[in-house]
Unconditional design. Structure first.
Length: 130
């Protein structure tokens, strides 16, 4: 896992070299440990190459950690925010690299009330545990 993928607003890098399904799964483990510790989450994805594999890995990792998952499938990021609030979820993850070029992919992470969780904050927690 390279530090450079952890941005102020999200986690993103070149797929599959800097971020991929395995890395996404590992990151979710830290998200559960330090940010979204219980309840249910919403997981969505865009249509980028690799998003399907990363989406499946994120869902599996949350389920393995005992978190209930509402699979939203292909949606936009604002739709994820709406769903997190609408079903009163503990948080959510959107598999996307937003406006970045097609070779990128990533994760946008939100907590309760769809409040963003910074990629940099996630990275700091990972450093504490590694």
């Amino acid at each position: 896992m390279v530090k450079e993928i952890f941005e102020a607003y999200d986690i993103r890098g070149i797929y599959p070299d800097e971020i991929n399904a395995d890395i996404a799964s590992d990151i979710v483990g830290y998200i559960v440990r330090d940010f979204i510790k219980s309840g249910k989450v919403v997981v969505g994805r865009d249509i980028r190459v690799g998003s399907w594999k990363m989406y499946k890995a994120v869902v599996r990792s949350f389920k393995r950690s005992g978190i209930k998952v509402e699979k939203a499938g292909i949606i936009t990021t604002p739709m994820l925010y709406f769903l997190v609030n609408n079903i009163n979820a503990s948080g959510g993850v959107m598999v996307t690299a937003s406006h970045n070029p097609k070779e990128y992919n990533g994760l946008k992470v939100v907590g309760k009330n769809a409040i963003p969780i910074s990629g940099k904050d996630i990275y700091e927690k990972i450093k504490e545990h590694v």
